[in-house]
Design a protein around this ligand. Structure first.
Ligand SMILES: [Zn+2]
Ligand SMILES: [Zn+2]
Length: 218
């Protein structure tokens, strides 16, 4: 069984998530947005948690500025989709503009994801799904045992990710959104990169972008 912890970090209110197996206490950190996450992780480690991996849903600065410090703290590997390595490099400049500390700028992924990987967290499967559009290497993380999706900046409650940043593609985002809302059941919970959580069913009923995608209007 999994538990999910959510921390809202940084100037863009990014959702960082810690997911852990309650029996083995193995944990994954998703989108460690800033170093503000470090004391929180230290506390969790003191209570027995073992961080076994760091995953970024994509390479934008507001999702990865805590990676370097966290990797040093816990000594585990950082995973990013291979198509977002360039985005990660460019993020340094944006971070400066956004007033985010850029001490992460020598961070390189230890594991390059392609999509389709199945990781293990205790007794749970963690599926990596390539959902390009917001960036070329955006991923969505699905945990079937808990029916939860971590959608990064692809799908938000009542909104979707912007595609006007370098590497963004509206057509790819539409395809990714269509895949998500048709593949997953209505009760699957959506944990986005910003803002409150939702469900696939709520988004199908209330997200104007998703409704248009499903009607073939894009
Ligand atoms: Zn982003
Ligand atoms: Zn973001």
């Amino acid at each position: 069984m999994l538990r999910i912890l959510n921390y809202v970090l940084g100037p863009l209110n990014t959702n960082a998530y810690v997911i852990y197996d309650v029996s083995t206490l193995e944990a994954l950190v998703i989108d460690p947005a800033t170093d503000e996450i470090l004391p929180k992780i230290s506390d969790l480690i003191s209570s027995g948690l073992k961080v076994v991996g760091i995953i970024a849903t994509h390479g934008h600065a507001d999702h990865v500025c805590g990676v370097k410090g966290l990797r040093e703290l816990v000594g585990c590997r950082f995973m990013l989709h291979e198509l977002d390595v360039e985005v990660l490099k460019e993020s340094v400049e944006w971070a400066l503009e956004w007033g985010i500390d850029v001490s992460f700028n020598d961070v390189r992924p230890d594991i390059l994801l392609k999509g389709g990987e199945v990781l293990r967290l205790g007794s749970d499967e963690v599926q990596i799904i390539h959902t390009p559009g917001h960036t070329p290497g955006s991923i969505t993380i699905y945990i079937p045992s808990s029916k939860v999706l971590f959608t990064g900046d692809t799908l938000f409650k009542e909104s979707v990710g912007r595609t006007d940043l370098p590497g963004g593609s509206w057509d790819k985002l539409v395809n990714s959104l269509r895949m998500l809302v048709t593949r997953f059941e209505r009760d699957v919970v959506v944990y986005p990169g910003h803002g409150p959580s939702s469900t696939i069913g709520y988004e199908v009923d209330n997200n104007l972008y998703v409704k248009r995608v499903l009607r073939g209007r894009y």
